[in-house]
Design a protein around this ligand. Structure first.
Ligand SMILES: Nc1ncnc2c1ncn2[C@@H]1O[C@H](COP(=O)(O)OP(=O)(O)OP(=O)(O)O)[C@@H](O)[C@H]1O
Length: 242
């Protein structure tokens, strides 16, 4: 049996009286693109905050590459690469400086770091931009630099929270294609949180999250069967998707 890149089992989370997540169970198999689809407020960011340990998960279990997040937090987090919704790089530093700083946070030594930086910049197509400040990059290039940052310690799984928000159509398509290519060529897995239906392909694994609950998880083509994804989403949630 293969170990899931990410396994979330019966996880709930409340902010005071607001229950943001209710008994959420989902998994991301190795080498798969799994889309987490939900409208604003569905609970996607809360789920990511639990998986990254920004919030403590007090109920259920979260395992990254088989490591329990509560019992083996450093091993679990070392298998995880995260692209946050908000920008996470220092705009005044160069791409290389940002990546070197992030590599040092992961305990990667200087010589290794320089090899890793070259490797991840090649993977995201930014080798030429290593010496440029983040502030001088386009929105799409900044996102690709953030993906490079998330890859520096060779994680098993990438979490991407609304990674295409604020990008133009062309850059959105590039970031999505890059993520799919990383899965195909590097064997990484991805959990791609989005509210945009167009970003999902029939062969993707799809989790529909609504008001803190998983309403369906299956191959996207199965969920869409006979009616299309938009109608399936509307039938499940009562809300028209983006
Ligand atoms: N820090 C917080 N304090 C109180 N309520 C919160 C907090 N963070 C999120 N919530 C509530 O939890 C629910 C889930 O929010 P969350 O941000 O996880 O959804 P989301 O799917 O990521 O939405 P978006 O796409 O808008 O980021 C919402 O009802 C939200 O108002």
């Amino acid at each position: 049996m293969t170990t899931d890149a990410l396994a979330i089992d019966d996880v709930s989370h409340s902010f005071g009286r607001v229950q943001a997540l209710k008994n959420v169970t989902l998994n991301v198999p190795p080498g798969r693109f799994t889309a987490l689809l939900g409208v604003n407020g569905a609970g996607k960011t809360t789920l990511f905050s639990l998986v990254t340990r920004l919030y403590d998960n007090s109920s259920g279990a979260i395992r990254v590459a088989g490591y329990d997040l509560r019992r083996k937090p450093s091993q679990a987090l070392a298998r995880l690469g995260v692209v946050f919704q908000s920008r996470a790089m220092d705009a005044d530093l160069t791409v290389r400086q940002n990546l070197a700083y992030h590599a040092s946070l992961h305990g990667i030594g200087r010589r290794d770091a320089s090899d890793r930086i070259a490797e991840v910049l090649g993977q995201v197509g930014l080798s030429e931009k290593a010496g440029d400040r983040i502030s001088a990059l386009s929105g799409g290039q900044q996102r690709r630099a953030e993906i490079a940052r998330a890859l520096i310690h060779r994680p098993d799984i990438l979490l991407l929270d609304e990674a295409t928000v604020g990008l133009d159509v062309k850059s959105r398509a590039e970031v999505l294609a890059l993520t799919r290519r990383l899965i195909a060529e590097n064997g990484v897995s991805a959990l791609w949180a989005t509210h945009i239906m167009d970003e999902i392909q029939p062969d993707d694994d799809l989790v529909i999250l609504h008001e803190g609950q998983v309403l369906r998880r299956d191959r996207a083509s199965e969920i869409a069967r006979g009616k299309g994804l938009t109608q399936a989403f509307l039938d499940l949630t009562g809300v028209a998707p983006a």
